[in-house]
Design a protein around this ligand. Sequence first.
Ligand SMILES: NC(=O)c1ccc[n+]([C@@H]2O[C@H](COP(=O)([O-])OP(=O)(O)OC[C@H]3O[C@@H](n4cnc5c(N)ncnc54)[C@H](O)[C@@H]3O)[C@@H](O)[C@H]2O)c1
Length: 495
Amino acid sequence: MTTALTTDAIIAVIGAGTMGAGIAQVAAQAGHQVWLVDQNNDVLDNAIAKLSAGLEKLVGRGKISAAEAEAVIGRIQTTTDQHDLNGTSLVIEAIIENQAIKHQLFANLMGICGADCIYASNTSSIPIADIAKGLAYPQQMVGMHFFNPAQIMKLVEVISSADTKPAVADVVYHTAVAWNKVAVHATDTPGFIVNRVARPFYAEALRMVSEGMGDYTTIDTIMRQAGGFRMGPFELMDLIGQDVNYSVSSLVTEALYHPLFETSPIQKALVDAGKLGRKSGAGFYDYSQDLPQLNNQASADTSGELTIAPDEQILSPIWQRLSAAGVSTRTGEQTSFNGIQLRLHDGAPVATSEIATVAFDIALDFNSCTALACQRNSACTDAQLQAIANAFAAAGIHLIEMPNQAGLPVSRTVAMLANVGADAVDKQVCSLEDADKAMRYGVNYPQGPFIWADQIGVAWVHHTLANLAHHICASRYAENPWITKHVLEQRNFYA
Ligand SMILES: NC(=O)c1ccc[n+]([C@@H]2O[C@H](COP(=O)([O-])OP(=O)(O)OC[C@H]3O[C@@H](n4cnc5c(N)ncnc54)[C@H](O)[C@@H]3O)[C@@H](O)[C@H]2O)c1
């Protein structure tokens, strides 16, 4: 059985920038002697100073002892001379994202470290096979993709090219686990897992803005307060940098050529204008000012009457919260508030032919969400919706009405994350479990897309995608056959 490298194995990290320095700390904290390599000594000194300051903070917060911090720094040796790496068991490259330069680096390293060393690249986007092409030991080359900041983010994607020896990928996988990371296996495909499956989180938000569904603040608020994401998509794109995010989207779009991955003209305009997000002072938001907040216009009022259908399930926690807030409730055939039908959204605009109806977006947890998006048909008047919003306010939920168009923010995003995730699983990029783990630990989603889809029901994902395809764009929202198979077999993703 393949196991992790033991702590007496020497690790080398090439490139002492943002990622390399963090990776060196992770390996040293796990007990390895580490070579940290860069082109000049100033970069190396700077990296060690930053790592020391970071470790001191951990000591200050009581996370590690002063002796441990000293030992970790003591295990990291710096050098500009690659010949020092003779005897290394694993080299992790984290230099500039340039295929030719990475290729040349590995050619040199293979001459120094030999046939048994494992050669890993932290590349975000370059195929491992392209870096390894023509090298002496392509079977020893693998992707070991950490996430920023490497000391904190749990995920490591282990990427195998067609040449990678399975035992090499397994050693890297188990070594990452031994370093207290969550490891997943992925094939050598564009964006690997996270940068591929995450695209709809950004793309759906951008598309909703272009469709006039809502502004950045509204969508970010819903995604945080109902969806449970740590940051809304626009805040996150501003943090990542519009240029970086746009270039990953372009790469995946060009390589996979599917409308699922379409890039957005809104984002391109920001990149062209140099509005790159936080780092340039402005992006979707202007960081020279306080960020706009979405105010709740409703005021708590429990005077209406709620009728709850006995078979209600998904939205039941909401009705329980309204009841607990003091809204009078009774049971009846259909769930309604003062006669207005209330139901879960299914991707389609609420039809005029329905009786007065309000349809609600999904939430990560209906028991605790503090906002929820909704749409209504024209039979529901302003006053009737206001009464519902006031009852929701009494239960601590900010009801946010959106125009009666196809899809609501969390529903659209989760259905499409599941759809793109299914595409990755269907095309053998990764397993179902690894897709969920990757999104949970690589981008901190509150839960993986398949766990989420199972929670609401595969049938709901199916109907939502069908309605989005019908009302917005047939090819973009076309359901992946792997989802269709689950629908036909009437089973969840996790059996
Ligand atoms: N920054 C991120 O969020 C992130 C996340 C995951 C993966 N990555 C990938 O990690 C790699 C490094 O990214 P980064 O953000 O740390 O870059 P960075 O610019 O912060 O650091 C790169 C370092 O490599 C050094 N370097 C360049 N060529 C070298 C060579 N031939 N030999 C030795 N040192 C060399 C540079 O001096 C610099 O210190 C890239 O492949 C990137 O795609 C970055």
